[in-house]
Every structure is written in C-alpha cells, then in structure tokens.
Design a protein around this ligand. Structure first.
Ligand code: URA
Length: 262
C-alpha cells in the first residue's frame, strides 16, 4: 500500500506521521507527480567531480573523527557557560536532531557530589533540565534522605546533576557506544570544571562512559575511581521504580555516600 507524503511540519510531527503510516501498512513512498519507471534509464551519467581545494581543519570539518572534533570543541571551554555553548554548537551527534532541547545540567556547581545520569527522557527534553520526570522526583527524594539537594545553596548539602547525553535518544533507547564516546570529551570537561569530591554514576550508561564496563547490578555500591575522583555506581531511579525491592540496596549505597562525605 502507498500513502502520499506531504510533510512540511517539524521533525517530531514528521516522525509521528511516518510512524502512523508505517503502522497503517504503508510500504511505499508516493511522490506528488507520477513517475514512469519504464521510461527511466538504468543510471543517469554522473557529472565529473571537481577536485575540492583542501579545507582548513576546524572542528566542523572533522565528522570522520567525531571524538577528535568533540575534544577540540570541549577542550577550550574554561567555564560551565562556555561548555554549555560548546555543546549547543556541536552538531555531529545525530541525537541532537531529534531533541527539543539540549539538557545541560541542574543544581549547584559548588556541590561536593556530582550525579551523572544517562540521557534526558521526554519531560527533561521538554523542560531542558535533567531528572525532572518520575525518576527524577525519586532521585530527589533519595538524596534528600541523606540531606542532599540540587536546590541547596550550601556546597556541603548541594547536588550537581548532569547526564552522559545532553539529547534525548528516540523512544528512550540506550545511547550507543559511538554516541557515548563522542560525548565523553564534554563529560570529562564538565566534571573537571565542577571538580566535585565524589561522582555518583546512576545506571549502566554513566558506568560505561566513566569506566568502560557494564553491569550496574554487580557494580553498585562498590566504590571505584574515575577521572581521578571517587566513583560510586548506583542503580538508576527508573530501575528502582520498576523494581521497588532494589530500594533496600540503594539505601545502603546512599548511606555509604553519606559516610564518605563525613
Ligand atoms: N534519566 C536520566 O538518566 N537522566 C535524566 O535526565 C532523566 C532520566
């Protein structure tokens, strides 16, 4: 079946329309004007390709090595504001195209504890702030139980929150290793600028980004090191919403963090 496509709306509307049509059984794209395919020649001759003059090397002309481009973009940022702008102008990550907002961070940059999450979900994408949906509300309650809050002006009791990915992946899929590697220079710079005493990695994606290993259920609660800082892996609050019995272990991890900060 074929359905005529005439989409001049934004990316999200286009994706929703396309998904609807695929679900309705569309398996062919129809153009505005009919095409006589019997009249088409096998392949139109290609025009000769002019040899381009070599381009100066800039961060925007190195998409074949997006990690190096990310490093060149993130490296010069000497303030959080400069880093926010650097991320906003970094165009090599496909996830950016489908996102409404770049989700940078929230909380107090003076905080002793930096929480590194995975990626924005729907609410975060809409609001442009990390951890504002149901999982974020649980995260706030968990850390409030040991006296830490993203709204605290006092460094001792403050939190700083950011994510591995600043853009929401489609349908909340996990970011893939290439996307994580591409954003790692920004995460490293981010953590260097905030310079927390302790990093808490919530979920597999930040654990993998910082240590190259997965298996958060085995790693949780075991202190390690990342970027020269103590690292505490914890289960993600979204996992705890689905598996309330795991909250007992999360509570033990929070107490371990509290003891480390004393
Ligand atoms: N999950 C995350 O890991 N980060 C967010 O910002 C929201 C949900």
């Amino acid at each position: 079946m074929g359905i005529a496509l005439n989409i001049a709306e934004d990316w999200h509307a286009a994706l929703a329309a396309l998904t609807w049509q695929v679900e309705a059984g569309a398996d062919e794209v129809m153009l505005d004007a009919p095409v006589n395919r019997y009249g088409l020649v096998a392949e139109a001759p290609k025009p000769p390709v002019a040899k381009a003059a070599p381009l100066p090397v800039t961060e925007l002309q190195a998409p074949s090595d997006p990690v190096a481009a990310a490093r060149a973009t993130a490296g010069p940022a000497t303030s959080l504001e400069a880093l926010r702008e650097a991320i906003a102008r970094f165009d090599l990550c496909e996830l950016k195209k489908g996102a409404r907002n770049t989700v940078f961070a929230d909380g107090n940059p003076q905080a002793r504890v930096l929480i590194l999450g995975e990626a924005p979900g729907a609410e975060e994408d809409r609001e442009g702030r990390p951890f504002v949906g149901r999982a974020g509300q649980l995260l706030d309650r968990m850390f409030a139980a040991i006296g830490l809050s993203r709204t605290s002006p006092d460094a001792e009791s403050a939190l700083y929150i950011t994510n591995v990915m600043p853009w929401r992946p489609p349908a909340n899929r996990d970011p893939d290793p290439a996307e994580i590697a591409m954003m790692l220079p920004f995460i490293e710079r981010h953590i260097a600028l905030v310079d927390p005493q302790v990093i808490v990695a919530v979920g597999n994606t930040p654990l993998f980004a910082l240590t190259g290993t997965k298996g958060i259920l085995r790693a949780r609660g075991n202190w390690g090191q990342a970027l020269g800082k103590p690292l505490l892996p914890m289960t993600h609050p979204a996992y705890l919403l689905r598996n309330p019995a795991a909250k007992r272990e999360a509570w033990a991890d929070l107490l371990s963090l509290q003891a480390r900060l004393r």
